[in-house]
Design a protein around this ligand. Sequence first.
Ligand SMILES: [Zn+2]
Length: 262
Amino acid sequence: MMKLTFLGTCAGTEPQAWGHHSALIIAIADRLYWFDVGETAAYTAHLLGYDLLKTEAIFISHTHMDHIGGLPYLLWNLRKLNLPYMPQAGAIDGRRIRLFIPDVTVWQGIAQLLRGTEGNFELAFQIEVAKPHDGLFFANDDIQVSGFHNRHMGTPADGVWRSFSFQIRHGTTTLVYSGDIEAVEELLPLLPNCDLLLIETGHHSVEAVCTRLAAEPQFTGAVYFTHNGAEIRAEPIQMLLLARKILGDRVYIARDGMTIVV
Ligand SMILES: [Zn+2]
């Protein structure tokens, strides 16, 4: 069983009453997995009752601000919650938390920022940093995560892809998290076994997304719109009705705090 909570469902805009920037948390058994960490994500999760110290791994689709703005705060909070004077003192001493981030120079900047705060950001636990890549790159007893590069950040001159969609497998359930994509077509290879598609609408019209998905008869999974753009923010009900006219009642519009269990 996986419990998913959308912590932020807004596209990368200026501050919006609609919601916060992209962040998704998946709880499996006693462990937490993060998929993008937009501003306030850790704070929101903490207030929702998630125990941040259960964090096992963090997956960043690409290093745009609306996907990483909350990353320093997540790591900062982990350190704080684990300090000797806290109720859960030392709970993650010696543990290894995995961070997958496509651009390691951005991580170096975040690490520098963290070291500039109190205590030189010295930790009793380890943050192991690596880049996601195409194919399976993370697996444990809970999940298997595979990367599929996309062209949201263009085609890199150096051949190193910096934007990814993720396929997440847990038992017999397969979930796809689009990250930000250049075109819906980039997700087509991921659709045949997909039970749950979490797809951004920040760069694509609802009608175009639904029409493209409807043209893939082998894809029968549920669809959650996230990283929502101006169209959905302005007219959520009309957009949901339009989407359901094309794809049926398996489509939902994710909102901040929405939790689903699969
Ligand atoms: Zn974005």
